[in-house]
Design a protein around this ligand. Structure first.
Ligand SMILES: [Mg+2]
Length: 180
């Protein structure tokens, strides 16, 4: 089975003292219900690079150790993340520090700065992903509608009150992806 994972908030956390609403504001805008992410302007990039410094981005130890403990060879594991090009340096350092390149069969970042939901839709199709896990529900709703055969998992470990659609399942831990 081909299993894809988002990166931020799945394996790497956002800064603990910055509210989620602000993070969303920096990253996302909604025009008439159509999902659109902001490709950040230069001052925004500086601010966002600052919030990506390693000590602001603690690893999610529980999820990293779970994925590391999975038996090798049974599934193909991929990271599919929409991180933009300006974070390439920091991102590659994280990959090296936590040995993600040893854990995953392929790692794909949005370093061509496409719209995140379009980038992920493209990669899900290209890699024939059977299961995909993300914390961004509005993004999941977009890709789920375009990939009806893929099972999507919304990691909602902060108990947000939102309802899922047909091929999206709400989970609290990564373990549930393998038991459902
Ligand atoms: Mg994420």
């Amino acid at each position: 089975m081909n299993i894809g994972f988002d990166f931020d908030k799945i394996f790497i956390n956002t800064p603990p003292f910055i509210p989620d609403a602000l993070i969303d504001k920096l990253y996302k805008k909604k025009d008439n219900g159509i999902l659109l992410y902001r490709i950040p302007s230069y001052p925004d990039q500086l601010l966002r690079r600052l919030t990506h410094l390693p000590w602001f981005r603690p690893p999610i130890a529980e999820n990293i150790s779970f994925i590391t403990s999975l038996p090798k060879g049974k599934n193909k594991l991929y990271i599919i993340s929409s991180r933009y090009r300006f974070l390439e340096g920091e991102t590659n350092r994280l990959i090296k520090n936590y040995h993600f390149d040893k854990i995953f069969d392929g790692i794909y970042f949005n370093f061509a700065n496409e719209q995140p939901h379009e980038f992920k839709d493209k990669m899900i199709k290209k890699l024939s992903i059977d299961k995909y896990i993300d914390d961004d529900l509005s993004l999941l709703k977009y890709v789920a509608a375009k990939n009806p055969k893929t099972h999507f998992f919304w990691l909602n470990d902060r108990n947000q009150e939102q309802s899922v659609t047909k091929n999206i399942m709400e989970i609290k831990t990564l373990k549930e992806v393998f038991s459902k």
